[in-house]
Design a protein around this ligand. Structure first.
Ligand code: FDA
Length: 292
């Protein structure tokens, strides 16, 4: 119930105006969003962590905003070390205006990234964009076979998706939005996640296991061993600000551990999704409002 309410608020322009203009939310934003992205990348890299960096913004409705997003990604690529990744939302590149526009912009980012030995991963967004996501991903892979894509385990067709992504870099996550027909019971989502993971680990691609769930982190490591993959054959991914000690622990054990680092002024929808994931975060949010 609370999750649904927060995800609805994430789409409300009125709530966005009120919450974004409040300086009171800064503690919560600082927990999940890098204020100085260059410094955060440097610090995580020094600690032995890999990064994927997301310039916040989504659902753009005019071409100039999409062009500005591409320009920012190109600027960002100049800050990143080789081996880094950028996470890109197609709706930030104009997907709501046209598939061709988003594809062209994503191809520009892929070209610039390849020149710097950086990979690109396409985030999965609202359910109505998922067919376009996979169509754009397939088109990009013709010239950029290393471009990755996210699969959301809460979607009942996630298994077939994984089956169809042989040889690809695939980030598997539970899913942060709502979708008609999506699994909602945690046990069903976890079961789907494990089934997808089995397919990805047994396949020829590169699985990126995006979860903070301790049980699923352990399952991933076990399935990797069973599939004959060593620690370079897959990676764990977690969000900036979530379970940082666990991130260091996994990296210390020799695992490839990548941190998803969002930055930028357009943090509202991202933050609301983080609050929706964990009701306890809402208490943290409200406490930080009341303590001012
Ligand atoms: P779960 O929500 O069960 O959390 C397990 C434990 O992790 C919790 O008990 C808590 O300890 C901790 N935790 C989880 N979320 C937390 C939070 N926000 N704050 C504090 N603690 C928290 N989704 C999507 O739809 N499209 C996408 O492209 C992506 N991309 C993506 C990239 C990466 C690198 C990650 C890690 C996640 C995503 N997601 C995503 C989000 C994903 O779908 C999911 O909503 C969150 O990862 C939370 O699910 P968990 O698997 O962590 O499990």
């Amino acid at each position: 119930m609370l999750r649904q309410a927060l995800l609805a608020i994430a789409k409300s322009e009125r709530a966005e105006r009120v919450i974004s203009s409040s300086r009171l939310t800064s503690d919560v934003v600082a927990r999940y969003v890098a204020s100085d992205v260059g410094a955060v990348i440097g610090e995580l890299t020094r600690k032995g962590l890999l990064v994927t960096v997301d310039h916040l913004g989504e659902e753009v409705t005019d071409e100039s905003q999409a062009e500005a997003a591409v320009a920012e990604y190109v600027r960002l690529l100049g800050l990143l070390p080789a081996g880094a990744d950028v996470s890109v939302k197609l709706t930030a590149l104009g997907l709501r205006l046209s598939r061709e526009l988003a594809l062209g912009h994503a191809a520009t980012i892929c070209r610039e990234a390849a020149a710097r030995d950086v990979t690109v991963t396409l985030d999965a967004e609202e359910h109505d964009t998922i067919p376009w996501l996979h169509s754009v991903h397939a088109a990009l892979r013709e010239d950029h076979p290393e471009v990755g894509v996210v699969v959301q385990a809460y979607l009942p067709d996630s298994l077939e998706r994984c089956d169809g992504l042989a040889g690809a870099r695939v980030r598997l996550c539970k899913g942060a939005y709502t979708a008609p027909g999506a699994y909602t019971r945690p046990a069903d989502i976890d079961r789907s996640f494990v089934r997808c993971l089995k397919i990805l680990m047994a396949g020829t691609g590169y699985p990126m296991v995006a979860t903070h769930d301790p049980r699923l982190v352990r399952v991933a490591a076990t399935l990797a061993v069973l599939a004959g993959r060593d620690q370079t054959g897959y990676e764990h991914q977690m969000l900036y600000g979530v379970r940082p000690d666990e991130q260091l622990r996994l990296a210390g054990q020799g695992a490839r551990m990548r941190v998803y680092v969002p930055y930028g002024a357009d943090w509202y929808a991202y933050l609301m999704r983080r609050l929706a994931e964990r009701p306890r975060n809402l208490a943290f949010f409200l406490r930080s409002l009341l303590s001012r």
